[in-house]
Design a protein. Sequence first.
Length: 53
Amino acid sequence: MQADTAEPLKWREAVVFLFLSVMAWPAIAGGFIAAYGLAWWVYFIFAGPPGPH
């Protein structure tokens, strides 16, 4: 009885792992990179370009 319920759980775990590793985490990482770039862009709008003034 225990073996019958373990197989669908393993399949679902594999699907969740693939979704997280292929879709979710790269999207989250890209969002952090985009937010960091936006923060720098906004900073340079107010502070001026880098280098000697």
